[in-house]
Design a protein around this ligand. Structure first.
Ligand code: NAD
Length: 476
């Protein structure tokens, strides 16, 4: 499967050159495969295919498109176990998490398939007798989509589903580090009857692919999920060609525990969310602002929870946290922990890599972390929690809103009034109070400020893939 990883014009092929990217198992550090990557000739072929695919797909009725997508969702569901196993081997997450992700993918396809049938326009009363005025929504055109390795199938399925629902074709560049689940996803759409050229998959050197595709006159829309610096560069490139973009970038989510919160429940959920996917989640809680009066209890429960986690190969039954996805993240974790300690934070547990095989890092808790420590300012994207005492709700909100990021925010309180304040005053694209309530297919997913723009869920998801055309006519 990995020897012919490029899907161009409905055919799975090897690359036209000899370059490859290494795919590794993060639990062992061992090589799984050398993945052929695209040359410019392959990108040209994909562009031609996407252009033709767009003409085919846009002319099909919304009902036909929707039915094919629904069928693809069913196929993904049938193959979920295979997809989950691929993700564990290439990305490292525990099998239970991988199964959850694989089974959520069809929900995204189904949601978008349903929305595909509800792309409504408007009729606008005319000033001229006998004239009909309409506002129509049309697919923007071929899309270039770039998805990351932390949720191999889930990040990609949102982009492909939104593009297809709107009537667009897509050239997707999934992550080279975790290709297999992405290939299975595309195969499911193909087996469901998506015509040739509507979905094209290329792997490559990321900046080569994005530079070339964004500049191509065929591509009309860019969708990217990844880091803030890369997102800003791609958004700037898209803007220079007057192309619209959806940017789902990094975050640094505050997790506020007020003095009247259910502290035990907040600590338990905090541990679950913090160490899920070893913290490599854009909406992962990272800055824990806990009221002074409940701080010690929260810290003790949280540390006990973190210490109890079973770290290991994601394929082992007992594993609750797998390795980091690549050695870059290990280096980043060590740097952030050392920096926080030298800034005055206390290391409550963890703080070091585990063993020399694979990319394992201990579930780590830092307490009383000064605001100037790098971890309070840079997205950690790993299994490190930073706990901070606060004296009031005002202080928690002010500190939460201090950074240029604005993706997710979490807060815990038993007071309706305080909950209302969190809902109104936290500067984030998604605010979840007293539970984890984000990322379902039917709810908007996206950030503000440096965390990006556009939505990858909910009815808003299609907005980025549609243009508005105004038509006015009178009978001849
Ligand atoms: P990175 O910035 O090198 O890459 C992030 C993603 O962008 C990768 O999937 C990569 O293939 C892709 N990418 C990089 N340069 C690109 C380019 N010029 N054109 C197109 N795609 C490009 O970082 P990394 O080391 O892979 O990941 C770590 C950082 O990335 C984290 O700190 C986190 O902020 C961010 N990240 C965010 C998400 C998310 O869900 N928002 C997912 C993965 C990574």
């Amino acid at each position: 499967m990995l020897d012919k990883p490029l899907l161009i014009d409905g055919i799975w092929r090897a690359a036209s050159g000899n370059r490859t990217a290494e795919v590794k198992n993060p639990a062992t550090g061992q090589r799984i495969a050398q993945l052929p990557i695209a040359e410019r000739a392959d990108l040209d072929a994909a562009l031609g295919a996407a252009s033709r695919g767009f003409e085919t797909w846009r002319k099909m009725t919304a009902l036909e498109r929707s039915r094919i997508m629904q069928k693809a969702a069913g196929i993904v569901r049938e193959r979920a176990e295979t997809i989950a196993q691929h993700m564990v081997r290439e990305q490292g997450k525990p099998l239970a998490e991988a199964r959850g992700e694989a089974n959520a993918a069809p929900e995204h396809i189904e949601w978008h398939a349903e929305e595909a049938r509800r792309i409504y326009g408007r009729v606008i009363p005319s000033r001229v007798p006998g004239a009909r005025q309409m506002s129509l929504r049309e697919p923007v055109g071929p899309v270039a989509a770039f998805s990351p390795w932390n949720f191999p199938i889930n990040q990609l399925v949102r982009k492909i589903s939104a593009a297809l629902a709107a009537g667009c074709s897509v050239i997707a560049k999934p992550p080279e580090e975790t290709p297999s689940a992405c290939i299975e996803l595309a195969r499911a759409f193909q087996d469901a009857g998506v015509p040739a050229g509507v979905i094209n998959i290329v792997f490559g050197i990321p900046h080569e692919v994005s530079d070339y595709l964004i500049a191509s006159p065929i591509i009309q829309k860019i969708s990217f999920t990844g880091s803030v610096p890369v997102g800003k560069a791609l958004a700037a490139a898209a803007a220079s060609h007057m192309k619209r973009s959806t940017m789902e970038l990094g975050g640094h989510a505050p997790y506020i525990v007020a003095d009247d919160a259910d502290v035990a429940a907040a600590a338990k959920l905090g541990v679950m969310l913090k160490y899920r996917n070893a913290g490599q989640v854009c909406a992962s809680p990272t800055r824990f602002y806990v009221h002074d009066s409940v701080y010690d209890g929260f810290r003790d429960s949280f540390v006990a929870g973190a210490k109890a986690l079973k770290v290991g190969d994601g394929l082992a039954d007992e594993t609750q946290m797998g390795p980091l996805a690549n050695p870059r993240r290990l280096d980043a974790m060590e740097m952030l922990v050392d920096d926080a300690i030298s800034a005055g934070a206390k290391l409550e547990c963890g703080g070091r890599r585990i063993g020399n095989a694979g990319f394992f890092f201990e579930p780590t808790v830092l307490s009383d972390v000064p605001e100037e420590a790098r971890i309070m300012n840079e997205e950690p994207f790993g299994p490190v929690a930073a706990l901070v005492r606060v004296g009031s709700v005002d202080e928690a909100i002010e500190r939460s809103n201090r950074l240029p990021f604005g993706l997710a925010a979490f807060a815990f309180t038993r007071s309706l009034k305080t909950a209302d304040r969190f809902a109104e005053e936290l500067a984030a694209g998604m605010v979840s109070i007293n539970h984890f309530g984000i990322a379902a297919a039917e709810t908007p997913f996206g950030g503000i400020k440096d965390s990006g723009y556009g939505s990858e869920g909910g009815a808003e998801s299609l907005d980025g893939y549609l243009t508005t055309k105004f038509v006015s006519h009178v009978g001849a």
